[in-house]
Design a protein around this ligand. Structure first.
Ligand SMILES: N[C@@H](CCC(=O)N[C@@H](CS)C(=O)NCC(=O)O)C(=O)O
Length: 258
């Protein structure tokens, strides 16, 4: 059976979980704690990140690569926009760009907001300034997605698909942090429709259960400031957070490939 190395809060793991369910594939999840990662993690993924999909002897890592693998390996039902016209390459490019924006820009701003609001890496004016920057950026990202909902019911087109499952975890995380759109806004309507799907409900329920189990337990505080997350902190008022995190060793950077 397929195995998904999982952290329910990880938006990247959520993308894969939703795709597995949409494709009606049986899988089991292997819960991973980044505070004490299993040795297996580095063996399966030289970056030691979650998610990893194990399909027999084949280990695939990086959510976007896993989604492409699932599409190749289990083509039906297809999750790319189902427009068999000369528009198809352009539509796929649009969806890939949307996914890239969510994986980098949207992830970074959610991450940064969480670092300040939840992990309290800044306080007072410093925290307020970073959170105000984050709020402005989330509003722009939401507008970017809403523009794509102007002429179609789903981000993917006429049907739910890759673009929707790629955006959902990031939109939902921002929503949970209070970045909400009015009830009648296209993104709010879209989010409501996503939550009617069993696949999305499973991702949401796993987050809820994970958070309930974490009550009172420390979530490992050493956090990896890889690439665009570091970039975000540096350009969004968090230089002090980075400097303090390096000094007290609560910030780590990405691993060298061995
Ligand atoms: N580009 C990767 C990003 C995966 C990622 O950032 N995973 C985080 C969890 S959300 C992780 O495993 N971080 C390892 C660490 O913090 O040490 C993907 O799309 O799968």
């Amino acid at each position: 059976m397929l195995k998904l190395f999982d952290i329910p809060l990880s938006p990247f793991a959520q993308k894969v979980k939703i795709a597995l369910i949409e494709k009606d594939l049986e899988f089991e999840t292997v819960p991973v704690s980044l505070a004490s990662p299993p040795e297996e993690l580095t063996k399966l993924n030289p970056r030691a990140e979650v998610p990893i999909l194990l399909d027999g002897d084949t280990a695939v890592w990086d959510s976007t690569i896993i989604l492409d693998y699932l599409e190749d390996r289990f083509p039906e039902p297809g999750l790319w926009p189902q427009v068999a016209t000369e528009r198809s390459p352009a539509e796929r490019a649009r969806v890939r760009e949307l996914e890239e924006v969510c994986d980098t820009h949207f992830d970074a701003v959610n991450w940064g907001g969480y670092e300040v609001a939840f992990f309290q890496r800044a306080e007072g004016e410093e925290a307020a300034a970073i959170l105000a920057t984050a709020e402005r950026q989330v509003a722009r990202l939401q507008a970017f997605l809403e523009r794509q909902l102007e002429s179609q019911p789903w981000l993917n087109g006429p049907d739910f698909g890759r673009a929707d499952l790629a955006a959902y975890p990031f939109v939902a995380a921002a929503w949970a942090m209070g970045h909400r759109r009015p009830e009648d806004a296209p993104l709010a309507i879209w989010l409501g429709k996503c939550l009617e799907r069993a696949s999305v409900q499973r991702a949401r329920d796993d987050v809820r259960q994970f958070l309930a189990e974490q009550q009172g337990a420390p979530i490992g505080r050493r956090r990896t400031y890889r690439g665009y997350r570091l970039d975000w902190m540096m350009r969004s008022g968090g230089r002090g957070i980075v400097e303090r995190g390096i000094a007290d060793e609560t910030i780590a950077f990405s691993k060298e490939i061995e």
